[in-house]
Design a protein around this ligand. Sequence first.
Ligand SMILES: [Zn+2]
Length: 392
Amino acid sequence: MKEWPRSIRALRELVAIPSVNPMGRDDLPAEIVGEQAIAEHVAGELARLGLDAALVGRGGRTSVVAEARAGAGAETLLVASHLDTVPVDGMEIDPFDPVVEGDRVFGRGACDTKAGMAALLAALFRVLERGRLRRNLIVVGEADEELRSVGVADVLAHLGDRRPDWVLATEPTELRVIHAHKGVVHARLRAQGRACHSSDPGAGRNAIVLLARAILAIERDAAILATRPHPTLGPATLSIGVIRGGQAPNIVPDEARVWVDRRTLPEERVADVRAQLEATLRAEGLVGEVVVEACTEEKPPLETPRDARPIHACLAALESVGRPGELDHVAFGTDAGVFARAGVPSVVLGPGSISLAHTARESVPIDEVETMVRIFERLLEGEAPLRAPGGL
Ligand SMILES: [Zn+2]
């Protein structure tokens, strides 16, 4: 039996514990759903390192929080590594058997983002063993990153007034430091018509036809987004994702709904998205007939200034392990945006590639996991020298 490094042993244990986010579905086997089992496992690992972990959340959607104190006056870093994974339908490997093949570990969550937690646990073990913790650390394994981020809300409520100086959220970024991404807003629109027999359609009001007018108007008005790109992230986007309505061909439908996915720029708020949709409906003469039934921010956008403290610390840590200190942005939303919205400067950094996350053969390169261990060691030991602003 090959003896794997501590990080890879930890990763394989994490992959072997199913922690599927049901993503609103109710057809998944109960034994693979939820974060309770993996949160208990992480709490146990932290207890072995002498850390008192708290489990927060409800209904099996459990997050874990623990603190390691370096001492008064030390900077406090919060590392968040979400515990949930997307479902496993259509996977071409056993999702919960963490096979090592070549230089990679396979399995659901291997890169998104159990590798991040595994690297943190391995680094923390070494740093505590050496007695060299120089930054206060809040370890967070949060539930529900893949859908609504209720885990971060639970964690922030648990921390109360205590806020870290900065947050590092692990996600597969191929060890690039990510300081910006768009946010995600989902809106649901309902067309209200009047049902009647389809042989006399004039006697009713067809909700599908009303909704079709609304959709075309929304698409037309959304074209303006492309003309106002963000300097880093490009333009906001809009996509019509789901449409539902009608009961039978011979009934004029009285109700129809559409779901809109809107990727927001850092300066946009959910109220802006709602106002834009309502303005379009007004201009189209659909007031009262098509309404914005719900409009919620699923993930806030992220835009941490380039001269912010976490960016200097992470870039310096990367350079100290021989990786190019590059600053980048990504197309997907993360829990870093949720922490940033709570007022904490946040970045995203982790092993593995987003192109393999959520896939039928999800995997992570072992060397990137091990490099992440060394990055965490530098960050926790406070050896990362702060770079002068403007040194990018
Ligand atoms: Zn993720």
